[in-house]
Every structure is written in C-alpha cells, then in structure tokens.
Design a protein around this ligand. Structure first.
Ligand SMILES: [Zn+2]
Length: 252
C-alpha cells in the first residue's frame, strides 16, 4: 500500500527514520521505527537525509496528537485522536497547496510510542512524546505544530488556544496562528507559555501546540467533527503558518 524507504539508521539504538510514500496523501510521511534484524541492508540509504530535498528543507512538521491506545480526550464515542488526524491531513493538504514542504508524523491510528526506543522510560506516554520531539529535532523543520483538542468541566468554555515555547519564534508562530483562529471562532484569545508541556520543552525548533477547540462545548464539537468546519480550521491554521513563515525568514 505504501512504499517504505528507510533513510537513516541509528545503529546504537536499532532505530531508523523511514519515509513512507503515501498513495492517499501525495508526498512524504516520516516515521521512526525499529529495524528488524532481518531487514536487508540494501533498503538502507544512510545519507538520504541530507541528499533528499524533501527531508533536508522541510518547512513544517504537523504532529497529529495521540493515536493508537492513546485516544486523548473524549466525549462519548468521539475521540480526540481521530479529530486530530482528520484536521492534520487537511492542514497537510492546505499547506502543500501553498507550496510548502510538509511532513505529517502520523497517517493512521497508531501510537508512536510502540516503535520508540529513544527514551528508555517505562512510561508509554513519555515514549510517545520523546518520539515526536526527536523526530522534529532530527528533521529540523522551520516549525512544528502539534494538533490537539481541549476539554473542560465547564461546557461553556470554547475556542482555540495556542501554547508556545519560551523563545520568540515560537511566540510569533503562536500569535499568527491564534490571530487566524480567533477570526474563525469569533474569539479574542491570547496564546500562553506552555511551560510544563514535554513537546514544547524538548523541541529545539519553533514549536506550538494548537488546542483546536473544546470537545466539551457543543458549538466547538460541531466544528471539530464536521468535514467542512474541519477544512475551515485547517485552512486557518495554514494561513497563520504562512504568515509566520513569510515574516520569520532568516531569523538569526
Ligand atoms: Zn491532546
């Protein structure tokens, strides 16, 4: 179904970065996986990261939050991981149409922790997050956006909220995305510093978490599950990201 090219082997850890050429999503999908001892060496292309233009010059990694046994937050039968993936795929397409090189780190319903040996922790959740941050640090895109869905006890809480890192680039990225999503939701939220978030702490490239809306709010839920509204959310994320990339060129 998908063609897999392993492009980099982390020999000491028995890991490889692999590229999946997806027929459904034209373009590339990067995954980290454990290499089987029996895997033929001929499929390994150790220098492909620097040689492959699509990998050496990535504009953005879209992190589809959760997956597999980690469903994220939920409301009845509705699971965050499925919403994240649906909007991540639409965002991927929207950005590609604008001409950006985009990577999506999850293309189906699976946990990233299952294949990860980077962090020798017994915590599946931490392994999953370590995988996502290591992938970003390895690929070094211009930005990473991690898509999530919020929940609250107070069902009137609604709207998208951006969380950023301490650095100025991440703040800028969050401001552009918040501005664009505020427009869509008709809200006036301000992004805030996600001090305790693993992903924000460990990614060495400008990263933000996009809490795309509250699963516990009727109005937001409608937006998060309807394909036309999912598309609108994806388009507004793409607009915010484009504004960031256009204004942040050569930041150093
Ligand atoms: Zn989440």
């Amino acid at each position: 179904m998908a063609t897999r090219i392993i492009i980099k082997r982390m020999a000491s850890l028995g890991l490889a970065l692999s590229i999946l050429l997806m027929p459904k999503l034209p373009g590339l999908l990067v995954q980290v996986q454990q290499v089987q001892a029996s895997a033929p060496d001929s499929i390994l292309q150790p220098n492909a990261i620097s040689e492959h233009p699509a990998i050496s010059n990535v504009d953005v990694i879209i992190d589809a939050g959760h997956g597999g046994i980690d469903g994220g937050t939920s409301y009845g039968e509705l699971l965050e991981k499925d919403i994240n993936l649906a909007i991540a795929e639409k965002t991927y397409e929207a950005l590609r149409k604008k001409g950006y090189i985009v990577l999506l780190n999850r293309s189906g319903d699976y946990a990233l922790s299952g294949e990860n040996l980077w962090l020798r922790s017994r915590s599946r959740h931490l392994k999953d997050l370590a995988q996502r941050s290591h992938l970003a640090n390895e690929i070094k895109p211009k930005a990473m956006i991690s898509l999530h869905v919020n929940s609250a006890r107070n069902s009137s809480k609604r709207g998208a909220i951006l969380l950023h890192q301490k650095n100025e680039q991440s703040k800028q990225l969050a401001r552009h995305l918040q501005h664009s999503l505020n427009h869509l939701y008709g809200i006036h939220e301000k992004p805030f510093y996600g001090k305790t978030y693993y992903l924000l702490k460990h990614c060495r490239i400008p990263t933000v978490i996009v809490e795309m809306g509250f699963i516990t709010n009727h109005q937001d839920r409608e937006m998060l599950v309807r394909p036309d509204w999912q598309q609108a959310i994806a388009d507004h994320i793409a607009i915010g990201l484009e504004q960031y990339l256009k204004t942040s060129s050569n930041p150093s």
